[in-house]
Design a protein around this ligand. Sequence first.
Ligand SMILES: Nc1ncnc2c1ncn2[C@@H]1O[C@H](COP(=O)(O)OP(=O)(O)OP(=O)(O)O)[C@@H](O)[C@H]1O
Length: 266
Amino acid sequence: MIEIQNVSTSFDSPSGRFTAVDDVSLHIKRGTIQGIIGFSGAGKSTLLRNINLLERPTSGRILVDGVDLLTLSDAELRTKRHDIGMIFQHFNLLNNLTAQENVELSLKFAGVGKAERRRRAAETLEIVDLGDKAGAYPAKLSGGQKQRVAIARALATEPKVLLCDEPTSAVDPRTTASVLQYLADVNAKFGITIVVVTHEMNVIKAIADNVAVMEEGRVVEQFDLSELQRPGFHPATQSGRYLISDEIQLDRSAHAKAVSEGLLNV
Ligand SMILES: Nc1ncnc2c1ncn2[C@@H]1O[C@H](COP(=O)(O)OP(=O)(O)OP(=O)(O)O)[C@@H](O)[C@H]1O
């Protein structure tokens, strides 16, 4: 589904060229929830932003559904990005628009007509249980509600991939569980492939199928969440204490059902 091949991303800095992502290769299977974890500055957000070319890699290839994004024209890339939704730590909603209008805006950019925009935005807000907040401005919403509007906005164009950059870092622990539950449900219901960047292992443990550990721009280790008890983890994984974090309890029955029915091939 997502093939990250030998991707490097460098920036100019006052002290010279700085490599934020250093020769990373990662294969993310369709329908899985892939976690990316690491300390601050490890390159996680840059790698995530490489996937939709919000940050263009300096070298390497990014394939989404077999399409090499770096070969696309600007117009082709704009169209392809409708398949790749994204949510951010600080929600990135427009404060002068209502929840409904924020969601409609992404549909407008996707070229959807006015009546259809209205219908689809209302429908998508229902998915995150915010139908009753459609007319509310962001200032009147809690952090969790804002993130749910952001999820609705990302889902409105019916993406195949959802990129999540620290989706729960700006909300309290109880709201974290609720936001993660919506992400888990969206994955199970629509088979959307999700990539979650976080520095919190309990987030990864709650929803991810696989995790990649980043350190200094490199993926130093990848493992399946079922392997947590095995010995021999990389020092970065051990020093991050990623193996012993607290648990967040979610209802994963929809996920288990989707796997047993073959909707999700994890
Ligand atoms: N546009 C940019 N220009 C220059 N340097 C950048 C740019 N974007 C990121 N960096 C640098 O690249 C490194 C990796 O940043 P990145 O945000 O990807 O890390 P991260 O693991 O997501 O960290 P955090 O958890 O703090 O968000 C950092 O040192 C950062 O300062």
